[in-house]
Design a protein around this ligand. Structure first.
Ligand SMILES: Cc1cc2nc3c(=O)[nH]c(=O)nc-3n(C[C@H](O)[C@H](O)[C@H](O)COP(=O)(O)O)c2cc1C
Length: 375
């Protein structure tokens, strides 16, 4: 029997993914001073033992002011390397590559954790608010504070911080880096006319709005080994009138690929409202057409994400060539062994080999008995 497309290997530069199912980045809001701890280990152990092809760590701030919340991971100093090395070892023990999503939250930094109401921290919050940075002094919405418009030295500092964090990711033994250019955070804010009102070389025309993304990609590419993949997550469409269109994103993806981006992770939304709002209104696979167009027209690999809910749907996305990879967030929280279950469902021979010994040993025996009974 042939191997389902979802369970064929995928190579990105020098890194091989044993199947096409990835853990999507998911903020845990459990870090203290940006350090990974046992919570992150437990969260990721579920997926590392469940047969995925690869994983991405949550949005990890390149400078403290770039954290979404006080509970976000960071890679702004060397002391934060060790905790990520432990997570890399966890995945590597199962033969799974691990990447980190490097991020700066821009004007959506300094937020409360979701269970404290999300939204902006207040100056009198238990963890006080900090000043935020954006292309223009334009608040995310009426109840958010006005950010500081980035000066040239702020831009240079942020670009340098992405490169320094990428070097720390290499030092932690991580296999790839994803630059977070989506969800209404700093890079997306620069690219979207809805947040960028600058009149200098970083605002106005497409090339100017894309400049920060491209400078960051160049700096990160230079900071990591040639064999290490650099990916970028984009919000391929803005919700609001006058925002980023899919045509803009195809054009940006081409430019990113020219600078050495190996894969575009195709998400959407976040420049106006919370990402979760569009996600809850969405239907299964709602963002797959973005990944399909970028893959077909920008000459770069793509990853589809957003309500990928079952094995057959995931298989179709890869087999039809809509995307090279699929990323799951909530689906994997719901079933950390989604990849193993998908392999069984799609009839992959030796599906139990996705699982660690001894787990896979016993399930392999069970699978062999089932196959014998069915034949
Ligand atoms: C708990 C949670 C945390 C998330 N944190 C991040 C994040 O750190 N970075 C990011 O780009 N997306 C984040 N997302 C979005 C997911 O990566 C994913 O794109 C989205 O949930 C849609 O996929 P799904 O329908 O499979 O959950 C998060 C989603 C969830 C549910």
């Amino acid at each position: 029997m042939s191997v389902p497309a979802l369970f064929t290997a995928f190579d990105s530069r020098g890194v091989r993914f044993r199947n096409r199912i990835l853990v999507s980045p998911m903020c845990q809001y459990q870090a203290v001073e940006g350090l990974a701890n046992d919570w992150h280990y437990a969260h990721h152990a579920r997926f590392a033992l469940g047969g995925v092809g690869g994983a991405l760590l949550e949005a990890t701030a390149v400078e403290p002011e770039g954290r979404i919340s006080p509970g976000c991971l960071g890679l702004w100093h060397d002391g934060q390397i060790e905790g990520l090395r432990r997570l890399a070892d966890l995945y590597h023990d199962q033969g799974i590559p691990l990447g980190v999503q490097l991020a700066h939250a821009g004007r959506k930094a300094s937020s409360a954790v979701p269970w404290a109401g999300a939204g902006p921290l207040r100056p009198d919050s238990p963890y006080p608010a900090w000043p935020t940075l954006a292309p223009s002094a334009l608040a995310h919405s009426a109840d958010w504070p006005t950010p500081n418009a980035a000066r040239r030295e702020d831009i240079d500092r942020v670009v340098g911080a992405f490169a320094a964090s990428a070097r720390r990711a290499v030092a932690a033994g991580l296999d790839f880096v994803e630059i977070h250019g989506a969800h209404g955070y700093l890079i997306h804010e620069f690219f979207s006319p809805l947040a960028n009102r600058r009149t200098d070389a970083y605002g106005g025309a497409f090339d100017n709005r894309a400049r920060l993304a491209l400078e960051i990609v160049r700096a990160v590419r230079d900071a990591v080994p040639a064999a290490m993949p650099v990916w970028c997550r984009l919000s391929c469409m803005d919700d609001g009138e006058g925002g980023v269109t899919l045509d803009d994103s195809v054009r940006l993806a081409k430019a990113l690929a020219r600078e050495g981006v190996d894969l575009v992770d195709c998400s959407a939304g976040g420049i106006l409202g919370p990402v979760a709002r569009s996600a809850t209104q969405a239907t299964p696979g709602h963002q797959v057409p973005y990944a399909a167009r970028i893959r077909a027209e920008a000459g770069v690999a793509s990853m589809a994400v957003g309500l990928i809910v079952d094995a057959e749907q995931a298989e179709r996305i890869v087999a039809d060539g809509a995307a090279d990879l699929v990323a799951l967030g909530r689906g994997l929280l719901d079933d950390p062994s989604f990849a193993y279950h998908a392999a069984r469902r799609l009839g992959l021979a030796d599906a139990h080999r996705l699982l660690p010994v001894p787990h896979g040993f016993f399930l392999g025996r069970q699978q062999a008995r089932e196959q014998a009974a069915a034949s």
